[in-house]
Write a protein that binds this ligand. Sequence first.
Ligand code: SAM
Ligand code: SF4
Length: 322
Amino acid sequence: MNIDRHGRRFRKLRLSLTAACNFACTYCVADGRRLVAARDELTAQAMLSAVRLLKNVAGINALRITGGEPLLSDRLEPFLLGLDTLGLGDISLTTNGQLLTRKLPLLVRAGVRRLNVSLDTLNPDTFGHIARGGDLNSILLGLEQARKAGIAIKINMVPMQDLNLDQVLPMLQFCLEQGYELRFIELMRMGHLAENPRAFRNRYVGHGELLDLVKKRFEFVPVGAPKDSTALRYKVGDLGTFGIIANESAPFCRSCNRLRLSSTGWLYGCLSSNRGHYIGDLLQQPENHTNSQLEKLLAYALADKQETEFTGSALIMKSVGG
Ligand code: SAM
Ligand code: SF4
């Protein structure tokens, strides 16, 4: 088992089920074109083998399925149903919610109890401008159905200057009323934003500015979060809680235990590093041959982690799963 000098080890795996997406969010995709699946994406069976190996060799105990848009992929069903035998304690999924109404029965059947749904605004025009695809009403309907099915929901919102800052208070109000936990995600210097610092700076909103905005309508106090949590959490009286994932202004690199696997079989130890470590070929071999090779690749991936702060990278979120 690999542990680094800060005591960090991999515990949480984010798996990108596909690089394809039915949206083209401005902060994720440079050119507004919807994303297609990468060539040579792993089969559902190979992804299941990867999860099993990473559980056994790295000690992964939590899985988040993401993408691209995971609900788009025809791997979703065989993958989810195959997870049953792996005995992972914690399985969750991040989605843009567009296909939620259609895929909810499958998610419920497969035992998914936690969903993160990305939603940056309740204003249909702004929604169209940011997501460049999809339909806001379908997402809201999917959210309502998922809530009624007993699924715990977090909403991911990326606040951006001159785009959706006016939505911070309405979004929080809406989430508190519906019983969703809102997570503000600070804009990250990934992909095209890493290559264009001015575009990044023009849109970025920090933790302090967000809290000042929330104070205009709500009283809140900080609440504790697990040591390895990425979010700073706040309680709004008896109404509920919200969080801020302050990648830039309060980095959590020192306690980061995340490992990412792309849909094409590359492991990434850190979002600030472009370096991938290919495990696709290991998945074809008998397990007793693969463990020591995988240990070595995991050690490289762990060494890729930043010491203190997130520095951004040219990696595109849709291929490493955000
Ligand atoms: N398509 C799904 C979705 O949008 O929820 C899953 C994949 S998406 C890459 C995962 C998360 O990454 C989303 O919540 C999205 O808002 C976030 N994300 C993508 N690009 C980002 C960026 N440059 N800065 C901050 N968050 C970003
Ligand atoms: Fe697609 Fe999610 Fe990226 Fe938006 S953030 S383009 S929904 S992968």
